[in-house]
Design a protein around this ligand. Sequence first.
Ligand code: GLN
Length: 541
Amino acid sequence: MVKYIFITGGVLSSVGKGILTSSIGKMLQVRGFKVTAIKIDPYVNVDAGTMNPYIHGEVYVTDDGGETDLDLGWYERFLNINLSKENNITTGQVYQTVIERERRGDFLGRCVQIIPHVTDEIKRRIRLIAEKSDVDAVLTECGGTVGDIEGQPFLEAIRQMRLEEGFENTLYVHVALVPILDVTGEMKTKPLQHSVNELRRIGIQPDIIVARCGRMITSEALQKIALFGTIPKEAVFCSYNVSTVYKVPLILDEQGMGDYICKRLGLKGRRPHWENWERIVNSIENPKYTVRIALVGKYAGLADSYVSMNEALRHSGAQCNTRVLIDYIEAETLEEDPEKVEVLRGYDGIFVPYGFGPRGTEGKMRAIRFARENDIPFLGICYGFQLAVIEFARGVCGLEDANSTEIDDDTPHPVICLMPEQRGVKYKGATMRLGAHRIIIEEGSLAYKLYKSKEIVERHRHRWEVNPEYWNILEGNGLVFSGKSPDGRRMEILELPDKFFFFATQFHGEFKSRPGMPEPEYYGFVKACLDRKLGKEKPDF
Ligand code: GLN
């Protein structure tokens, strides 16, 4: 029997449900169980692909080309598993299926309603993941906060699952904020109590309550939560602030959470094997060196816009005993005053991430030029790759006003353009070049040195590409395309061999980076930043 664990949140959003879900998964994994995780997003969008990362955080891309919520990234990083787009369920998808079935006539003669038709569809989708993934436990995180109107059909569906799957096969975990009052330092459990009441009103009695608090909660607060939540004290845990999120499963397991969950669900596992995970956490926590990286982006105001990239940089740092400090520099600020770009001189590396549309692109290109001319280690990802091509075309090949047609449709030199298959695309949703694609790597290149393979598979999310008409002039001037699609039509990796480290990829390696297993281009970049700082002649890979 598969066990279903449901995670809900209260008081406010962003209390770390994604990290908690991942941590529960980890506690089961180290006891020898196979797990998978689902994120429910109650918004009406079919997927996260059409949402602004500045408001909602980054769009995470799965191997099968899903444009999903960033929590799937946490599940993949913590659990080292590859999920499908089906692991992100939204209101949009659920209604799309129900309405399609209604039009087909599947419900002829009946009135189609939220209960049972919508809730049945939600349960079908959750069970489908359980069937497909051959696991011991399915973790389902409900996005938003208990009490949101959008979330109600989902909570109703998971409420019904207790009846259908049985008490011993279902577990409700509720996490809520316990604020600490500035003045008295007192921990306030009342908001949490209210959110538990709200959950009960819907018909769900939590089995476990996790207090999200700045510090470990006092035994007094813990007792109050147990009393008002009607659960034993042993079922109350505290997720307090720690130096790295990867520590959260460790502190919760120390409080007995892993054992409690297993006992409650009748799971008989082995003694937890934390050694490997602890080693990873230690390498993140106690590095010897530090590098400072300037991330020049357009969504710089919200760190969540670049969460996978941040993590990929940190995983890489941990691998070479280095703390990576990232400063977010709003690209547009480099446009106002040409002198501003000088701030970049103080950094060990310059990083230009993904992006869309014209805003900030001239500033990003200024940063890229600064990296190239001053030989500061540079890594460009996706838009960062395309903008590096444009900057090279302008600055080295003499193609004045070269651009991407995404930025300027009338550019005399469209070095980045839409491929024929993208030109007729009318619908914006899920129509980019998405997901895992193969890349062939040139032997003897820096790319080959980093990936140590002639072929890799990486995730993508873009519409525009390097224009084939300009390959010759770019390469003739010294730009090396060291990775290409197997049919040779798409440029995937660029490098400047005479630089200390100048590297960019059309794909997004950050989506495959895991703690303890950093992605090669991110690792190469961070190592190059460190080696240059240490005064080495060449990066020492
Ligand atoms: N805007 C560019 C494109 O669509 C790059 C996308 C990205 O950076 N993910 O091709």
